[in-house]
Design a protein around this ligand. Structure first.
Ligand SMILES: Cc1cc2nc3c(=O)[nH]c(=O)nc-3n(C[C@H](O)[C@H](O)[C@H](O)COP(=O)(O)OP(=O)(O)OC[C@H]3O[C@@H](n4cnc5c(N)ncnc54)[C@H](O)[C@@H]3O)c2cc1C
Length: 469
């Protein structure tokens, strides 16, 4: 039986898209990659996913899982392949208020899970600019980070168990609500961050947390990154780790933001070299219930810390959100980073992780080495400073392949000298495969290849991604 009719029989003809109907699936979000899939298949259940995979394996045809298609590394490139879209598998199977977990299909859009958790007074804390599009399965497959990692950890830590369709089509169903299970290898962690190369995630049990009842949010200008780290540590110590977000927004980012959104307001009368957006969140009434004068203790506490540091010369300027609207405005400014980057045109983008106390050294060293290659390059960036993740962007004076390569190499040399990582949260996909070849421990790469070969001997599950050629 030919593959397309067979797939139509499994999922229904209207859920097998071909030709012009595949257009919206045939490029990535940044439009860096475009490709022509053989077809896009939209299964409606785990059983259908299993049958689709078995049919593709029998026909020796490659498969590429796709969720919200907001990935930034070309992980969904699918030339001639069958794309398996998770968009119909969007059921929130259960939200358990008492166990504080949600059991979900992998195609649930993050913001829908946020709404469902909030209805129970809880929060699913994985959040970033693409939350209205990105799905749970995509976030798990890239081990996404986002703005709240400083408090809750990245996606891996938020997931208890998974349901996965293996490259053989078998269903690995370990769905349970257990927080502890030491019965053998932790298979869940193999699939998280594997970017669909080891199987297709169809369901997950994820952790929920009490929703903060009050937030203190501020834009803060500091003289240097040591002062920023001091602010983070003082707030963490004093609040018992209640810092929800600590985001790096330097002068170059604010200039890029203004150029992209000339009508939007920016904080402060002038730009400072280093600004951070900080947010603390609390659940306890002693921190969250307004006092007689209307002040919220948590917000007063943030203001007092900033005032003390201002007197010590460790804070230069600050704007504390006085309303939900002002808080939303601050977040919108931070979450516009991808649009700001698109507006700037082609850049050399580095999604790097560093030890928190080495970020200032990294910026100095990387800046000097980039300028030695191209003295007039524009250096910008933004990042999740609280967990040591910088999106360090360079716009060279020419975008030749050689220049791009030289700048990448220079930045990564510094990252590795400081014991950092060349991929903090966006994954590898296609775009970072050269780095995997050049920078990743060869023993680690060989171990990954052995796992891939054991699970996917025909190399049909998202081939050509993650592992170097
Ligand atoms: C505006 C914007 C802001 C962003 N901010 C952040 C950020 O702060 N932090 C961050 O980490 N990322 C960020 N990203 C990147 C992106 O949103 C994340 O990588 C996200 O996790 C991808 O989810 P998705 O559903 O769109 O997955 P997709 O892009 O569809 O897929 C990503 C990868 O996972 C694989 N995959 C998808 N679904 C499955 C599945 N069910 N089973 C197995 N494999 C699967 C795909 O084959 C692909 O390799 C941002 C992107 C944008 C556009």
């Amino acid at each position: 039986m030919e593959l397309i009719p067979e797939l139509s029989q499994i999922v229904g003809a209207s859920h097998v898209l071909t030709g012009a109907d595949t257009e919206r699936f045939s490029h990535d979000w940044m439009r860096v990659y475009s490709y022509t899939p053989m077809a896009v298949v939209r299964p409606g259940s785990t059983d259908e996913v299993s049958k689709v995979v078995k049919a593709c394996v029998a026909a020796d045809v490659a498969m590429v899982p796709i969720s919200g298609n907001s990935g930034l590394t070309g992980g969904t490139v699918a030339e001639g392949a069958i794309m398996i879209s998770m968009e119909r598998m969007n059921r929130i199977r259960e939200v358990s208020r008492d166990a504080r977990v949600a059991i979900v299909d992998a195609g649930v859009i993050l913001s829908n899970l946020h709404d469902a958790a909030e209805a129970e007074g809880l929060v699913f804390p994985l959040t970033f600019g693409a939350r209205g599009t990105a799905m749970v399965g995509g976030a798990l497959s890239t081990n996404a980070g986002g703005s709240n990692v400083v408090r809750y950890g990245s996606t891996r830590g938020l997931c208890l168990v998974l349901e996965v369709v293996l490259p053989s089509g078998e269903i690995l169903n370990s769905m349970s609500e257990l927080h502890k299970d030491n019965s053998g290898y932790n298979l869940k962690d193999l699939f998280i961050g594997a970017e669909g190369t080891l199987g297709l995630i169809t369901g997950a049990v994820v952790r929920l947390f009490p929703k903060p009842q009050a937030y203190g949010t501020a834009m803060v200008a500091v003289p240097d990154l040591d002062a920023a780290l001091d602010l983070l540590n003082r707030l963490q110590t004093a609040t018992g780790g209640a810092v929800e977000a600590f985001e790096y927004m330097p002068r170059a980012y604010m200039e890029g933001f203004r150029a992209t959104f000339p009508d939007r307001r920016t904080p402060f009368d002038c730009d400072y070299d280093i600004a951070v957006m900080v947010e603390v969140g609390a659940t306890a009434p002693r921190d969250t219930v307004p006092l007689e004068d209307g002040t919220v203790p948590l917000v007063s506490f943030l203001e007092d810390t900033l005032a003390t540091m201002f007197e010590e010369g460790l804070v230069i300027d600050a704007e504390v959100a006085q309303s939900d609207g002002q808080r939303a405005e601050m977040w919108a400014r931070r979450e516009a980073a991808a649009e700001v980057s698109l507006h700037q045109g082609p850049v050399v983008n580095n999604d790097v992780a560093l030890p928190l106390d080495k970020i200032a050294t990294f910026l100095d060293m990387a800046g000097a080495r980039v300028r030695a290659i191209d003295p007039d390059a524009d250096i910008s960036g933004v990042g999740h400073l609280g967990d040591g993740n910088l999106h360090y962007t360079v716009r060279p004076t020419d975008m030749s392949a050689q220049m791009k390569h030289d700048i990448m190499e220079a930045v990564e040399d510094v990252v590795l000298e400081l014991q950092g990582s060349f991929s903090a949260e966006h994954g590898i996909g296609i775009s970072k495969k050269p780095q995997m070849a050049r920078r990743k421990d060869p023993v680690a790469v060989a171990t990954m290849r052995a796992i891939k070969a054991a699970l996917d001997p025909k190399d049909l599950m998202n081939p050509g991604k993650v592992l170097p050629d």
